[in-house]
Design a protein around this ligand. Structure first.
Ligand SMILES: C[S@@+](CC[C@H](N)C(=O)[O-])C[C@H]1O[C@@H](n2cnc3c(N)ncnc32)[C@H](O)[C@@H]1O
Length: 441
């Protein structure tokens, strides 16, 4: 067992882990936080930061489900020895090494009856396969903690899972409903390629808030609207922070604008559809009231975003947007049809990018969705936006290029080249490809 450096955290990611990692690193970077990514996996990242992370940041992130503060590291090799090779001595060694007393210390003494605690185990693809052992490890940790709690005179019930759950992980809703964060009563084990972090969950994502913003806003338009979680990720990819001037020039019903307003940006929306302008306005007024924002600053204008310069007089710090993705497709198209679909949209994107370059301040970021069209051949068709953007003078942002990964992070080299992110639902014919560009001069 080794002690972590102060401010070491594991972040459990949403389904699209690369997008979640890009959001997290952009978010930390935008706030001047220096950090090092120590472990990466499809389900979590362990990150050391130069200053403490406030638990409330979870509400400012769209792609992070849980945050735990690392109490100790165990070697993954030792864990494999104990639970995959089933070496009893290694298992006993782990039990004595685990910081069970420190984890149990944090949990409340149940003065009024029994309290509840839980354990969730996440794992990276390692040379050892933890798929089968994860359940055993979770139960081992649970019963070891229960023994420790008993020794401390605390009565607590170890929270089980509904039958048939594949992974030994409590959902965010379960953690929320049982108040496990308030009680420091969820222990998170994140098995990395080299190091395994064990800690207490300090924050959990609240899906009800995102759901509220999705389905309770006064004006909705289901088929075109971006999910609030993706909207928040887009806002964070632009390095948007409080006080920045933020624009969505294809704002629809204002889903992206809502998330930028919650980030305390000065928000401007544009849409050429008068109904959308009114819808966005009403939805922003609702966010202002519902979240009791102080000095919310927003405006929604009707206009054509191919001629932004005639509409926008001030310098814009950040743009996140999802322009027209084209008419809805009834069925998965042929490749030829998909190419035509995108060719029809290309002039809109090109004209908009030129105008965006004019109004964006130097160093400002643009996060933009382009269509990712599935085809019958199985090979998707996408728009070559980077070529257009580069010609206009934008720099393509590869979000992981400047990120410091611990030397032993073997996934880092391929990540460094990642330039766009695909977010596609299995039920939809068109998905989103998210690009990030920066104006450099
Ligand atoms: C895909 S929707 C955006 C949806 C939005 N993200 C939301 O969550 O509601 C694209 C929007 O762009 C608007 N639009 C299309 N062409 C435009 C143009 N040239 N200028 C301004 N708005 C335009 C459409 O009216 C539509 O509302």
């Amino acid at each position: 067992m080794s002690q972590p450096a102060p401010n070491t955290y594991s972040f459990v990611s949403g389904k699209n882990w690369k997008l979640s990692l890009a959001e997290l690193t952009s978010f930390l970077d935008a706030r001047g936080c220096t950090f090092e990514v120590q472990e990466i996996s499809h389900s979590f990242f362990t990150v050391k930061t130069d200053s403490p992370i406030d638990a409330s940041v979870i509400d400012e992130l769209g792609g992070i489900l849980k945050i735990s503060e690392t109490a100790a590291f165990v070697s993954t090799e030792q864990l494999a020895e104990a639970f995959i090779k089933e070496n009893k001595q290694a298992k006993n060694q782990i039990k004595t090494n685990l910081p069970l007393d420190a984890l149990a210390d944090k949990m409340p003494s149940a003065s009024s009856g029994k309290s509840v605690f839980g354990v969730s185990v996440y794992w990276a693809d390692t040379p050892y396969s933890f798929n089968k052992a994860a359940n055993t490890i979770q139960r081992f940790l649970g019963s070891s903690l229960k023994d420790e709690l008993k020794a401390q005179g605390k009565k607590a019930r170890f929270m089980g899972f509904p039958r048939g759950r594949g992974h030994p992980q409590l959902t965010a809703v379960e953690v929320l409903k049982k108040g496990l964060v308030e009680d420091s009563a969820e222990v998170l084990l994140c098995i990395g390629k080299h190091k395994t972090s064990i800690g207490t969950t300090v924050a959990v994502h609240n899906p009800f808030e995102f759901q509220k913003r999705d389905i309770e806003k006064p004006v909705q338009r289901k088929i075109f609207a971006i999910p609030p979680r993706v909207a928040k990720i887009m806002v964070n990819l632009t390095h948007c922070t409080a006080g920045k001037v933020f624009l969505d020039p294809f704002c629809g019903v204002g889903t992206i604008l809502q998330e930028a307003l919650l980030a305390k940006a000065k928000v401007i929306g544009i849409d050429f559809n008068r109904w959308c302008v009114e819808a966005s306005r009403r939805n922003l007024e609702w966010i202002d009231r519902e979240y009791s924002l102080e000095n919310a600053d927003f405006a929604v204008l009707q206009g054509d975003s191919r001629r932004l310069t005639s509409k926008i007089r001030e310098e814009i710090d950040c743009i996140a947007t999802e322009p027209d993705l084209g008419p809805a497709l009834r069925q998965i198209p042929t490749t030829a049809y998909a190419i035509k679909h995108l060719a029809n949209l290309k002039p809109l994107y090109s004209d908009f990018l030129s105008e965006a370059h004019e109004i964006l301040r130097v160093d400002g970021f643009l996060a933009i969705v382009s269509p990712f069209v599935k085809t019958r051949s199985g090979k998707p068709v996408t728009m070559n936006l980077q070529e257009t953007a580069l010609k206009i003078g934008f720099k393509q942002v590869k979000p992981f290029q400047a990120v410091v990964f611990a030397q032993d992070s073997s996934a880092a080299p391929s990540l460094k080249d990642t330039a766009s992110f695909v977010d596609v639902d299995e039920h939809h014919k068109i998905g989103r490809e998210i690009h990030i560009f920066q104006k450099t001069k």
